[in-house]
Design a protein around this ligand. Structure first.
Ligand code: FES
Length: 337
């Protein structure tokens, strides 16, 4: 098992319009996306097999991709179906560009670089399309690695310092958590968290206990769930897509059920999420600058077990090992937030 075996978001379905060409980089591999005439999404290596011009500089004609240099034309299987200067189609032979597996699900176009024998599926976004739930979808480039991004997204202590106005002010109150690593995932269940923020009157009007659970799922998904009771439930789910070492595109869905407030909540949710993510973009950019300048020299405290579990899984994947073979470990952690 390695990182190329997994499905990664390459685009939002709405961005891949008929006739459009999208250029993407995934794990250092340049790919081009387009739609066949019937609408199915296609991913090819972004390199014409003739003289290696980028196919993303070509154009789509009736669901076929024509290279912008000499006009070689490819179908959805990656097969060359026309060489204009050759004339006779019989002479084309069996020439193919590299084609990658594509899935389209829940408004995302997923691409997998390796044809894995593993039965791995794209991540199913929580509550997507479920009655009563709405979602806001955001895309942000991060100047950092996938590992540091996913650690940030399930890192509660940083929220009091990076997001003191937008999310949580430091109050130095104890919060207990159970942290479990198993089967390529890390789950953090917070046990006695109390919401005291500015939106307490809205999120917890009946004084329901907060159920807060953070999850990391290999190789790149984090999901933060807050459940305040009936009609006060939301998820922040992020898929951190590796572009190159140090560059990550993060697709974030904020999925919420605020009952009768759903319709008016959307612009407020989007604005707040953009501000919070923007703050994370900045701190992760600054962290990356230091690491690039001086190397990674982390020091851990006992509450950093969430980071260490994630790093153990990511390290196994980067080394070509299956993290599902790591032993199950469970720890009790006492945070002060
Ligand atoms: Fe693409 Fe020649 S390089 S047709």
């Amino acid at each position: 098992m390695n990182l190329r075996d997994f499905w990664y978001v390459a685009a939002q379905s709405s961005d891949l319009r008929p006739g459009a060409l999208l250029s993407r980089v995934l794990l250092g591999q340049h790919i081009v996306l387009f739609r066949e005439a019937a609408g199915a999404a296609v991913a090819l290596a972004d390199r014409c097999i003739h003289r290696n011009a980028p196919l993303s500089l070509g154009r789509v004609e009736n669901g076929l991709l024509r290279c912008g240099y000499h006009g070689w034309t490819y179908n959805g299987e990656g097969r060359v179906v026309e060489i204009p200067s050759l004339g006779d189609p019989e002479k084309i032979g069996n020439r193919c560009a590299t084609r990658y597996d594509v899935r389209e699900q829940e408004g995302y176009v997923y691409v997998r670089l390796a044809s894995s024998s593993e039965q791995l599926e794209p991540f199913a976004m929580p509550k997507h399309g479920v009655a009563g739930y709405r979602h806001v979808r955001l895309v942000h480039p991060f100047r950092n690695t996938v590992t540091n991004c996913v650690e940030n997204f399930v890192d509660v202590p940083h929220t009091a310092y990076v997001h003191p106005i937008t999310f949580r002010a430091p109050r130095r109150r104890p919060i207990d958590a159970q942290v479990v690593r198993e089967n390529g995932s890390v789950t953090v269940a917070y046990e006695n968290e109390v919401h005291r923020g500015a939106f307490r009157w809205f999120l917890s009007p009946n004084g329901h206990k907060v159920r807060h659970t953070d999850r990391f799922l290999m190789p790149n998904v984090t999901s933060v769930e807050y459940d305040f009771g009936p009609s006060r439930h939301f998820f922040i789910t992020s898929q951190s897509v590796p572009v190159n070492e140090g560059e990550t595109i993060v697709y974030t869905d904020v999925t919420f059920n605020y009952g009768i407030w759903n319709a008016v909540a959307r612009p407020l949710v989007a604005r707040r999420a953009r501000r919070i993510i923007g703050e994370d973009v900045e701190i992760l950019r600054a962290q990356r600058e230091v690491i690039e300048r001086e190397g990674e020299q982390f020091t851990h405290s006992p509450i950093d077990v969430v980071h260490l579990f994630i790093e153990s899984i990511r390290h196994d994947l980067e080394s070509g090992r299956d993290p599902r073979r790591l032993p199950r470990e469970a720890r009790s952690v006492a945070f002060v937030i």
